[in-house]
Design a protein. Structure first.
Lengths: 115, 114
């Protein structure tokens, strides 16, 4: 089975600054999806950003961008101009394409935004 | 209502009780999932249903019994649970074979087993 590793249990960032959350994964597949999900305290987990492995261009969504390094199996999330509302647990996730509907999640990174 | 809805949001039960968690999705998706979320651990996939058929059972103890009567509804029946089963149970849905491939989550049911 694929594994997803988030090596930073906790991170903090000053408001308006930039922070990068790390994620690595292990797979023998060549095509797959990668995701970052955000889970605010006591609230619903929502999708932040998605990357298809066949696309070389890094995905961006407003202040959120990824650094996808396929050969290194690395998928980090960069949050620019951090806001108080960005405080949450962030989960990295992997999904195979075609092989059922299995998603694999990391253990999460708790992000604190300091005013 | 839109998205994925889970009820109840909070549940406290004794080890001998029988209760059920309910999930409903209004997104027209054909796959539904139960995940268990415990502190400091990755999300644990419990069950997957595709087109109402169970396609994944991740070695979940029989005290958890899923039911998927149609592609919009998913239940998790609970009986004779243990204190270590206390966790946040998340329901999710996705469109199998869809272009975006993402999961849509409910808000979760916080279960406490006494």
């Amino acid at each position: 089975a694929q594994t997803v590793t988030q090596s930073q249990p906790e991170m903090s960032v000053q408001e308006a600054e930039t922070v990068t959350l790390s994620c690595t994964y292990d797979t023998s597949e060549s095509d797959y999806y990668l995701f970052w999900y955000k889970q605010p305290p006591s609230r619903q987990m929502i999708l932040v950003i998605r990357q298809e492995a066949y696309k070389q261009q890094n995905a961006t969504e407003n202040r959120f961008s990824v650094n996808f390094q396929k050969a290194a199996k690395s998928f980090s999330l960069k949050i620019s101009d951090s806001q108080l509302g960005d405080a949450a647990m962030y989960f990295c996730a992997y999904r195979s394409i075609g092989a059922g509907n299995q998603f694999y999640f990391g253990t999460g990174t708790s992000l604190t935004v300091i005013p | 209502e839109t998205g994925v809805t889970q009820t109840p949001r909070h549940l406290v039960m004794g080890m001998t009780n029988k209760k059920s968690l309910k999930c409903e999705q209004h997104l027209g998706h054909n796959a539904m999932y139960w995940y268990k979320q415990s502190a400091k651990k990755p999300l644990e996939l419990m069950f997957v249903y595709n087109f109402k058929e169970q396609t994944e059972n991740n070695s979940v103890p029989s005290r958890f019994s899923p039911e998927c009567p149609n592609s919009s509804h998913l239940f998790l029946h609970l009986h004779t649970l243990q204190p270590e089963d206390s966790a946040l149970y998340l329901c999710a849905s996705s469109q199998s074979g869809g272009p975006t491939g993402e999961l849509f989550f409910g808000e979760g049911s916080r279960l406490t087993v006494l």
